[in-house]
Write a protein that binds this ligand. Structure first.
Ligand code: CDP
Length: 230
């Protein structure tokens, strides 16, 4: 791709576990763009909450979390080995730990806290200032970058998504059942879509990509074909 082509912002939103990060990473690699997994930032804050007993029976201690927010430093650092940005929490690489099911089971209530969203959205907007970025999440096309030049809303059938996430976690050696994964996916979608603060929804100008019956290569090409000037 020519260097003179204007850099844009690509926003990829959608349902849980439909492969947003995977394809976003591939597109960023192809275009030589920065890739940011905004979900990793919400997961890192959730890990902080779990470690500091700020979640009891699925309920977040919002008052305490808000007081502690200035002690929570979440940022990305380039990993030379994987050639991707890892997520760090207060000086520790937590890229692996944030993917555990225990984090997935608690992240939606944390992501619904307005103070958490304000903090993370400001960081995300800063990262996109120079454009040339692919960011995936739930509110990227609606709130973080409403001016993004390309917005994609990704989805897939729940069973397909559950199977993919089950395979991913069991391949890493995590002992999980297909049923609990599927329940988590459905519950997170419900929670994310019905929260008051920046609920998950398709931006009016986003294009829908249902990848239930697509290969990774097909969805990669599908997105590339929608980028002007390729
Ligand atoms: O990869 P997966 O689809 O499982 O989820 P994720 O992208 O890692 O996001 C984890 C959770 O963070 C979501 O279920 C949302 O509750 C929250 N999230 C959000 O509220 N806003 C974002 N921009 C990204 C994630």
């Amino acid at each position: 791709m020519s260097e003179n082509i204007k850099k844009i912002i690509i926003a990829i939103d959608g349902h849980s576990s439909c492969g947003k990060s995977t394809v976003a990473k591939e597109i960023a690699g192809k275009l030589n763009y920065i890739f940011i997994d905004s979900g990793a930032m919400y997961r890192a804050v959730t890990l902080y909450c779990l470690r500091n007993n700020l979640i009891k029976n699925g309920k977040v201690d919002i008052a305490q979390l808000s007081t502690n927010l200035d002690q929570i430093k979440v940022y990305f650092r380039f990993n030379e080995e994987t050639r991707h940005n890892d997520i760090w929490l207060n000086g520790e690489n937590v890229e692996q730990e944030i993917r555990l099911l225990a984090v997935s089971q608690n992240v939606s209530p944390v992501a619904a806290v307005a103070e958490v969203r304000h903090l993370l959205v400001a960081l995300q907007q800063e990262m996109g200032k120079s454009k040339g970025i692919v960011m995936d999440g739930r509110d990227i096309g609606t709130v973080v970058f409403p001016e993004a030049e390309l917005k994609i809303f990704m989805t897939a059938q729940p069973d397909v998504r559950a199977k993919r996430r089950f395979d991913e976690l069991t391949a890493k050696g995590e002992k999980v059942s297909y049923e609990e994964i599927k329940a988590n996916i459905i519950e997170r979608d419900r929670y994310d879509e019905t929260r008051d603060e920046s609920p998950l929804r398709k931006a009016d100008d986003a294009i829908v990509l249902d990848n239930s019956f697509m290969t990774r290569e097909e969805q990669f090409e599908w997105i590339l074909s929608r980028i002007d000037g390729r």
